[in-house]
Design a protein around this ligand. Structure first.
Ligand code: FEO
Length: 403
């Protein structure tokens, strides 16, 4: 693929990874991904912004054959899907200088053994003139790692945002079709950014001080309608939890399934939306997306030996890592003789700032008393949810109103 023009003398390069299906040995990629690099050609000097996953170095190298030699390599973030081809670039262009912040410098030395002599360290807000194009470096920590920064190209009003605003979405289009990219961008937010919601909001305010016309992220298409993704991010990071129960569950001999089915119906009857996830076939990205807006998390699990089913433990561990803003949580399920299922699961979610609702555990197959307890739990959730935002699809209408 040739370098693709965003505006004159600014090109999208990099690699589209159509077939990748797993990231970080953790995150499913149903729509593949891309590793975007950008080439900014100034009247006096040129800058390459980010690299690609080293698996795709040859793709980037062939694109660079069609461009003038870069003077600078701006590295926003050390995770290797963006920085991994740095050693090859330094070898190919012996005069190339890496521009990054101090944290990034130290991490590049640790992760890629980059020669310390190749760096030009910049401060937050510092500018670099390429002649008729000016880069301003904006530190945007925790979207995704502590060293992450963005770059503002003043003359063309482009924000190069690295992971921030990105999506794991392989496409041959340069610019985002917001209807198509929305779900992938939300999944990406949920998987990568949600643990840093407060930092996300701070960074949104920081970058929107600038009159952005384009956002060029390091994954997925470029936004030529940046208001769409900025408003979506504000909603995901700062919107109130909604009238939704996120219900991941696993069942062995259907006792827990009977309870999950009953609670699903009881909540639905009370006007509470339920988003269910069978943990044996889980797509972790779908569960993460649900956690963005869920008001309550209910984990459904049988007791295995003396504790929760390992798949339920995985869901609890994941929820704890992602730090969603749910307000309530509880556990339902069954047991054979005894155990510490509830204590174990609750102990795995210390980062969640939730009020724990009374768990419902049935001994063996649920009886009338257990169903009555589930009705009581549904009553409690419905009452608690009166204080939450209604389930709404405003976040979806952000991308659908112009259909
Ligand atoms: Fe796409 Fe945090 O790397």
């Amino acid at each position: 693929m040739k370098p693709r023009e965003i505006v004159p003398n600014v090109h999208l390069i990099g690699a589209v990874d159509w077939d990748r299906r797993l990231f970080d040995a953790l995150i499913p990629l149903p729509d593949g991904t891309s590793y975007n690099a950008y080439f900014v050609q100034g009247s006096e000097q040129n800058a390459l912004i980010d690299t690609v996953d080293p698996v795709h170095w040859r793709t980037l190298s062939r694109q660079l054959d069609q461009l003038p030699a870069p003077d600078y390599l701006v590295i926003h973030h050390v995770e290797q899907d963006h920085s991994g081809s740095t050693p090859m670039l330094l070898e190919r262009f012996p005069e190339l200088t890496i521009v990054c912040n101090e944290k990034c410098r130290a991490m590049l030395i640790d992760h890629l053994h980059v020669d310390d002599a190749r760096f030009q360290v910049v401060a937050d807000g510092e500018t670099l003139s390429l002649g008729d194009k000016t880069l301003t470096f904006l530190f945007t920590p925790w979207v995704h790692w502590p060293e992450t920064m963005s770059t503002w190209l003043d003359e063309d009003r482009i924000l190069f945002s690295c992971d921030f605003f990105g999506s794991h979405y392989a496409t041959s289009d340069v610019f985002a079709d917001k209807h198509e990219v929305y779900d992938g961008a939300k999944r990406y937010y949920a998987e990568i950014m949600m643990p840093f919601g407060a930092q996300v909001l701070k960074n949104i305010e920081k970058v929107t001080q600038y009159p952005i016309a384009f956002i060029g992220p390091s994954h997925g298409p470029v936004y030529d309608d940046p208001g769409f993704i900025i408003e979506a991010y504000r909603d995901w990071a700062g919107g109130e939890p909604q009238n939704i129960v996120c219900l991941p569950y696993v069942t062995m001999h259907d006792s827990t399934r009977l309870m999950v089915d009953y609670l699903t119906a009881a909540l639905t009857d009370r006007g509470v939306a339920v988003e269910r996830f069978d943990l044996t076939t889980l797509d972790a990205g779908e569960l993460a997306s649900s956690l963005v807006h869920a008001g309550t998390i209910v984990l459904g699990t049988p007791t295995v030996l003396t504790g929760p089913h390992p798949l339920a433990a995985y869901a609890a561990f994941l929820a704890n890592a992602l730090k969603p803003r749910a307000k309530y949580a509880t556990v339902i399920g069954s047991y054979g003789w005894a155990g510490k299922t509830v204590e174990t699961l609750v102990g795995m979610m210390p980062k969640l700032k939730v009020e724990l609702l009374e768990a419902v555990l049935a001994k063996g197959m649920p009886r009338e008393a257990d169903y009555a307890a589930l009705d009581a739990l549904a009553d409690t959730i419905a009452e608690k949810h009166k204080g939450l935002a209604p389930r709404n699809f405003a976040d979806f209408t952000v991308c659908r109103t112009d259909r």
